[in-house]
Design a protein around this ligand. Structure first.
Ligand SMILES: NC(=O)c1ccc[n+]([C@@H]2O[C@H](COP(=O)([O-])OP(=O)(O)OC[C@H]3O[C@@H](n4cnc5c(N)ncnc54)[C@H](O)[C@@H]3O)[C@@H](O)[C@H]2O)c1
Ligand SMILES: N[C@H](C(=O)O)[C@H](O)COP(=O)(O)O
Length: 329
């Protein structure tokens, strides 16, 4: 007798309604998939956008009491959330910012309550959420505010994983944020999840310095000597396979990357431009350190492309595939 495994149920938030998130959800819905996708959004928005794109879409309202069924092309299961105001492609409207946060909150709580096996997020516009007077610096921090845990942002593309010691911080605040406590927490989570979620027995992690040339022996900054090296030394004594602090400009070369499982960058734009240069459109953003599985696209709202049919589905597909792998391993 064979036992059929349950179909994974994945929550999908389209993000900013005036951006390409709704387009991508509709494009994704044109495929048969080995999981159930529950889009948390306004059904009216999705129907209007499908009309603009000229794509078929039959919407069914989500009923959590029903067993999960695999996604079939042209259909979509939706957990409805009402918009505050109608949406025009490419035009941000702060009145709809609470709607955006509500969709993410529902997905997060649904994962916490085991209604969903994982959540995948489309791109939000952080600025318009802030313009609405709502504190928000990114999904990563917002979701962790609901679930608890210290979130660690890691982007991955075939051949490279980059995790960040700090996430959405003004550059002027980064140095202060690189503390012994933060680095210890981030490295512990990164090492642990590379083992537990990605099946890497003894992960080799390359750690960037903060300053040019990793501080040039203290002549170009002391964070490496005072903070990064002592933390790495402590973990090395415990058997972790950590290398650094290395100058970030030369760390990102083949000689170093060839044998590495992940790079830990000290701040957002130290690590992510390299990863996006290598894999934009084929990369995923994964939040480590949470009690739930959350992945996301590697791109933003692309307001210029909303409703045009030109948005590339690659990163959303990769994000979904990664969430599925993590949920079913
Ligand atoms: N996952 C997220 O929520 C996320 C990620 C990155 C940026 N953002 C936000 O998005 C907003 C806009 O950011 P940005 O302009 O720096 O980046 P962006 O990714 O929106 O756009 C950069 C360029 O890439 C193009 N592009 C982006 N996604 C594409 C796709 N799927 N297919 C084809 N072309 C695509 C755009 O047309 C644009 O030319 C900001 O508010 C930023 O914070 C959100
Ligand atoms: N740092 C992400 C990137 O550049 O792709 C992006 O801002 C999204 O972050 P959140 O997943 O925290 O919203």
């Amino acid at each position: 007798m064979t036992t059929r495994l349950p179909v994974p149920r994945i929550a999908l938030t389209p993000g900013e309604p005036a951006g390409i998130g709704p387009d991508l959800c509709i494009q994704l819905a044109q495929q048969d998939l080995p999981c159930e996708i529950i889009v948390i959004a306004s059904p009216q928005l999705l129907e209007e956008r499908a009309g603009q794109l000229g794509l078929p879409l039959q919407i069914t309202e989500f009923d959590s009491a029903m067993p999960a069924t695999a996604q079939t092309a042209g259909r979509l299961t939706v957990l409805p959330v009402e918009l505050a105001e109608p949406v025009r492609c490419g035009q941000l409207n702060a009145a709809n910012s609470r709607y955006v946060l509500k969709t993410i909150t529902k997905a997060t709580k649904g994962c916490m309550d085991a209604v969903f096996d994982a959540m995948v997020t489309g791109p939000v516009h952080k600025g318009i959420i802030n313009d609405a007077g709502l504190p928000f610096s990114g999904h990563t921090e917002f979701i962790a505010g609901i679930t608890g845990g210290h979130p660690v942002m890691m982007l991955a593309t075939p051949g490279l994983r980059v995790a960040l010691a700090t996430t959405h911080l003004p550059l002027s605040e980064v140095s202060q944020a690189i503390t012994h406590t933060r680095l210890r927490t981030v490295i512990r989570i990164l090492d642990h999840e590379l083992r537990s979620r990605f099946g890497i027995a003894h992960p080799k992690i390359l750690v960037c310095g903060l300053n040019p040339h990793a501080g040039e022996n203290g002549h170009l900054g002391r964070e490496e000597i005072d903070i990064i090296e002592p933390v790495l030394d402590t973990f090395r004594k415990q058997g972790l396979n950590l290398h650094g602090p290395l100058p970030a400009d030369t760390l990102f070369t083949e000689k170093y990357l060839a044998t590495a499982d992940a790079v830990l960058a000290m701040y957002h734009d130290q690590g992510l431009p390299v990863l996006k240069h290598m894999g934009f459109g084929q990369a995923v953003n994964i939040t480590l350190g949470l009690p739930i599985i959350r992945t996301s696209v590697d791109h933003g709202t692309a307001l210029d492309l909303a409703g045009s049919g030109k948005a590339d589905l690659g990163s959303l597909q990769f994000a979904l595939q990664t969430a599925l792998t993590m949920a079913t391993q």
